[in-house]
Write a protein that binds this ligand. Structure first.
Ligand SMILES: [Zn+2]
Length: 176
């Protein structure tokens, strides 16, 4: 993670970005059911000039336009981007100290989930599954090799599994 380099930014730009993401952005993990879970920073808003400034600062190339009615931002055209991977991780840590408690909590949670998934843990001593569900007698199944399976995750996976053209696919995961 330490090898990712930002091109230099002014401190005022970083503060501006933190303020914007505090209000309009989100911090999470995508691809939790895949081999390559990714930390994600996302932004969705109706002000094109502002999102473009943020995209430039974050070196995000693609800003997607969404037609009205597609989501929850009312009747205006809105704009959206996501930044993933190591650059998102680096930015989360850069912005962390400038964000409020709720966003810091979201980042800590995302980093924890992502790290656990990346390491393919948890160990038999941890109190929660990879996705943060607490291990309780009702939600846990012990397997013969003395690892545990989270029944909440299993149920969620089953609920998202659909068959399309004879192929088994998973619907895109909704935020946990
Ligand atoms: Zn779980």
């Amino acid at each position: 993670m330490g090898t990712v380099e930002h091109r230099p930014r002014k401190y005022t730009d970083i503060c501006w970005l933190a303020g914007l993401l505090e209000g309009e952005g989100w911090f999470s993990v995508a691809g939790k059911d895949t081999k390559y879970p990714q930390l994600i920073i996302g932004l969705h808003m109706t002000d094109k000039d502002i999102i473009e400034r943020a995209a430039t600062l974050l070196d995000v190339v693609n800003v997607h336009e969404e037609m009205p009615s597609s989501k929850s931002l009312g009747k205006k055209v809105s704009y959206r981007f996501t930044l993933g991977g190591r650059r998102a991780a680096a930015w989360m840590m850069t912005l962390y100290g400038l964000l409020g408690e709720r966003r810091q909590e979201a980042i800590r949670h995302a980093l924890l989930v992502w790290r656990n998934l990346a390491l393919n843990k948890p160990s038999r001593y941890s109190f929660a599954c990879l996705r943060g569900h607490e291990f309780t007698p009702e939600s846990t199944r012990w397997k013969t090799n003395s690892t545990r399976q989270c029944l909440i995750c299993q149920k969620n996976r089953a609920a998202r599994r659909v068959w399309i053209d004879g192929r088994r696919v998973f619907r895109t995961e909704v935020a946990a």
